[in-house]
Write a new protein. Structure first.
Length: 261
């Protein structure tokens, strides 16, 4: 078991039905099923070797369960973002405190906006989606923060989805799972690409934990493609959480390696 891998999670807010929505229609959310699905997600993180840091629910912050968006964690540092939705900016304070023991902290400032869900780290390249939640000013600030550590930051175009990680996710340091309908894979240049099944809309979001992947059970054809790539694919139900326009990466903030030096 890899005890150097930590995962920050937060219990779902009782006000989740008031969450921000951009590309999906609002539907009633069954909070009992949300709790069940999120609980299984946290159990799976533990089973796969993560030391889980559980934060309390924030009743006044409907999207608080989606802890990925308020921060970006690299080996050398963490960046506290400035979420594109103003209602989500109060989420950053508690995430900052949770990350303080692990990494030196930097912050994105106005007029920059940046959501962690728009950021893919692939080796020394950081791709940032030019979405409704992340702007060029935020990308420029990120580049200035991480440049001294050898990272190159590239903005990429996407369409039809909320975040870059809705359209693509890292499944290795040089390999990506991509849904072509929402993003042109050519933007990732020399990276190896695994495409989702065209009939499985929303199937590109996956939590990569080495040889193990956490993946929604709603996309069985793409799941089989990932198994053929040599991964152990651990499927779980996520459809109720998805009504809040979230995906599996959204519900954890992964910290790989030891604490800050």
């Amino acid at each position: 078991m890899n005890r150097s891998l930590h995962a920050i999670v937060r219990s779902p807010s009782p006000s989740m039905e008031s969450c921000e929505l951009t590309h999906v229609d609002r539907e009633p959310i069954d909070m009992a099923r949300v709790a069940q699905q999120h609980g299984r997600y946290v159990e799976l993180l533990r089973e796969l070797g993560c030391q889980v840091v559980e934060l309390a629910a924030q009743p006044g912050l409907p999207d608080g369960v989606f802890v990925e968006d308020p921060a970006i964690v690299l080996d050398e540092l963490a960046v506290i973002t400035r979420p594109g939705a103003p209602s989500r900016r109060p989420e950053t304070a508690s995430i900052m405190e949770a990350l303080r023991p692990y990494r030196p902290l930097f912050e994105i400032a106005s007029p920059g906006t940046l959501d962690g869900g728009d950021v893919i780290v692939s080796g020394q390249t950081i791709y940032v989606g030019l979405s409704s939640r992340s702007n060029q000013a935020g990308i420029d600030q990120l580049a200035e923060i991480v440049g001294p550590h050898g990272y190159e930051v590239r903005g990429v175009e996407l369409t039809g989805c909320l975040h870059l990680k809705s359209a693509a996710c890292a499944i290795g340091n040089d390999r990506l799972l991509v849904q072509r309908e929402w993003i042109d894979p050519a933007q990732f240049e020399a990276k190896r690409i695994v495409e989702t099944d065209p009939a499985e809309i929303g199937a590109a979001n996956v939590v990569w934990l080495g040889d193990d992947l956490i993946y929604p059970s709603e996309f069985p054809v793409t799941a089989e493609r990932l198994r053929q790539q040599g991964f152990r694919v651990h499927c779980l139900e996520y459809d109720e959480l998805a009504k809040a326009e979230g995906a599996v990466t959204c519900c954890s903030l992964l910290i790989r390696g030891q604490g800050k030096s």
